[in-house]
Structure formats: structure tokens, C-alpha cells
Design a protein around this ligand. Structure first.
Ligand code: AVJ
Length: 322
């Protein structure tokens, strides 16, 4: 692999296209479409709008914790690390770390969106001219290896997985992700993990059922995306966003619910929806510290530090490879 060139490990190469996922997901019971397909250009813009909502405390709380604690995180990490980000998006939170970390050997943002990676890397190069930036275009959940960087092959690695993105993974997937991250980060590796904490269900409910309807628009954009990309015939008025906290499972569950019996054409096939029938689109798992340890330890990490906000809404955790 050539440093400096985005690696190609695209959806097409794994046969995991939007069309295939939709046809398979709507043919099985219960119906479900993987959450990653929510993030086309419009979905990403809607998610950015979610992050600004008064009810959606996650983003602003995590940014405050990172801003306040970046010097402590940098002190724990020590100088000369390669910084590896899983799902880098626009790298906004990364800048908080980059501004405190000493002598970063390289920054390796991993993201499924090549356009996002290119635009973000260009902006970062302008603002951090001395930093080696090595973007990797890949699905961070099953990345086989990191690029070999001749200039810093001996550098210890610091992983970064913010945003409570881990909440989208079910416990098996979360463990598989952490095991793979542990393998990629290697001996001496550490991981900064942002995770939303368990809390008052009313507050959780509001965060996923905002009064402006942005979260509903984000969910239903999945149907609009099928109309745009697969020539589907969804009537968006015929479906509704549904999100609630399941306390036994410790997660928000999100569905798209059919409001009436209806039939929809997708990529030349016909699908029937009963009134009230749901398509699962997302889980958002909430963690307490014991949940986090139950995941860290079997993955080969130990949680050595956790920072939270005064309201204990969100956690930033420091994991060290064991
Ligand atoms: C990006 C997975 C952290 O679960 O809070 C927000 C996604 N979905 N509102 C979350 C999401 C609806 C978000 N994560």
C-alpha cells in the first residue's frame, strides 16, 4: 500500500451495495436496513443539523469534554503517536486532539466516504502543514490493515472513535470492532472512545424525537434515498419515524413505520407493507462504565480513565491495550 494515497476498499468491492442491502433487508423478517446507509450527502447534512438541536446534547457535550481534557489525554498518550481515526467524517473533534498532542507522527483518518476524506484532508493540510496525513478510504469495521508508514513505522498508535458511533453497533459488532481496533493499534496502542451514557429515558427520548422534526427527516431520508438511487416509489407521507428507549436492552431503537397498507416498487421488485409494519434502521446503545468494561476487557483493552461532563450525560474514555 502506498502512503498518501487513499486505499480503496469500497462497498462495491465487498458486494455490500445500497441496492443489495435494501433488497435483502426488506425481504427478511423483521425488516431492517443497516444504519450506515442513512449517510448519503443529504443524510450527512441532516445529521449535522441533528448535532445542533437543543435536544441532541451528545455532540456539544463531547466537544466540551474533549476541549477541556485534551491536555490530559495528550499527557496520557505521550509524544510521537500515529493518530488513527475510525470514521473520521469532517475531523472536527480531531482538531481538539491535534492541538494538544505532541509531535504527532501521522494522522490516519479512515472513512467510507472518499469525498469527505479528500475535502477534510485538504483543509487539515492547510491548517497543519507539518502533519503527515494519510487518508484511508475504507469501512472501519472490517479494515484488514493500516498503511505502513516508513517514516514512523515504530510509532505507537492512538485510536480515536468519538461521537458514540459505537452505539450504532450491537454488542457482538461492538466487540468485533474493538478486537479489530486492538489488533490494528498493536502493542502499546491506546484508544480514545466517546460513548453516550445511560440516563433519564425522557431525556434520551427527546434527543431522538426532536420537536423540529429533524431526526424524523433524517430517518425518512432513507426512503427518499431509495427513490433517488433505486428508482423506488415510496410516498414519504405514508411512513413515520419511530424512536424509543428500550431500558432492558439499554438502547434507543429507531424504525420507519408504515402508516397504512401499501405497496412499493424498488429496483423492479414489489414490496408490501402492512399498516403499522416497521423497518428497523438504527440502534443507539447507551453505556454505563460497567458496560464499557465488559466490552473493553474481552477485546484486549483496559479502561484507565474516563472523563464526563458535570451532568454525566456523555463519556470520553481512555483504553490501553493489555
Ligand atoms: C451517530 C450513531 C451517534 O446514535 O445518536 C442521531 C445517530 N440517529 N439521531 C446516535 C443518530 C438519530 C447517532 N450516532
Amino acid at each position: 500500500m502506498v502512503p498518501g494515497l487513499p486505499l480503496k476498499n469500497t462497498q462495491a468491492s465487498t458486494g455490500d451495495t445500497f441496492e443489495a442491502a435494501v433488497l435483502a433487508g426488506l425481504s427478511r423478517r423483521p425488516r431492517a436496513i443497516p444504519a450506515k446507509f442513512l449517510y448519503d450527502a443529504q443524510g450527512s447534512a441532516l445529521f449535522d443539523a441533528i448535532c445542533e438541536l437543543p435536544e441532541y446534547y451528545l455532540t456539544r457535550t463531547e466537544i466540551t469534554i474533549l476541549r477541556d481534557r485534551a491536555p490530559e489525554i495528550a499527557a496520557l498518550a505521550g509524544p510521537g503517536r500515529q493518530l488513527i481515526e475510525f470514521g473520521s467524517g469532517s475531523s472536527v473533534k480531531t482538531r481538539l486532539l491535534l492541538d494538544s498532542l505532541e509531535a504527532v507522527a501521522a494522522y490516519v483518518p479512515i472513512d467510507i466516504s472518499g469525498e469527505h476524506l479528500e475535502a477534510t484532508s485538504r483543509r487539515l493540510r492547510a491548517d497543519y502543514p507539518a502533519l503527515a496525513i494519510v487518508p484511508v478510504c475504507a469501512d472501519y469495521t472490517d479494515l484488514p490493515m493500516l498503511p505502513w508508514l516508513p517514516g514512523s513505522s515504530g510509532a505507537a498508535k492512538l485510536g480515536f472513535f468519538p461521537g458514540s458511533t459505537i452505539g450504532n453497533l450491537d454488542p457482538d459488532e461492538a466487540l468485533a470492532f474493538l478486537r479489530n481496533a486492538r489488533r490494528l493499534l498493536g502493542p502499546g496502542g491506546a484508544l480514545v472512545l466517546g460513548a453516550d451514557l445511560k440516563k433519564d429515558p425522557g431525556m434520551l427520548h427527546a434527543a431522538y424525537n426532536d420537536s423540529a422534526g429533524v431526526t424524523a427527516a433524517f430517518s425518512l431520508n432513507l426512503l427518499a434515498r431509495m427513490n433517488r438511487e433505486l428508482g423506488a416509489s415510496f410516498d414519504l407521507e405514508g411512513f413515520a419515524h419511530e424512536a424509543f428507549y428500550n431500558p432492558a436492552a439499554g438502547r434507543i431503537e429507531i424504525y420507519i413505520r408504515s402508516l397504512r397498507p401499501q405497496s412499493v416498487r424498488i429496483a423492479g421488485q414489489r414490496f408490501f407493507f402492512d399498516a403499522g409494519e416497521r423497518v428497523h434502521t438504527e440502534y443507539s446503545y447507551k453505556y454505563d462504565l460497567a458496560d464499557m468494561d465488559a466490552l473493553a476487557v474481552p477485546a484486549g483493552f483496559v479502561r484507565t480513565q474516563t472523563w464526563t461532563d458535570p451532568g454525566r450525560l456523555f463519556s470520553v474514555n481512555y483504553f490501553v491495550a493489555t
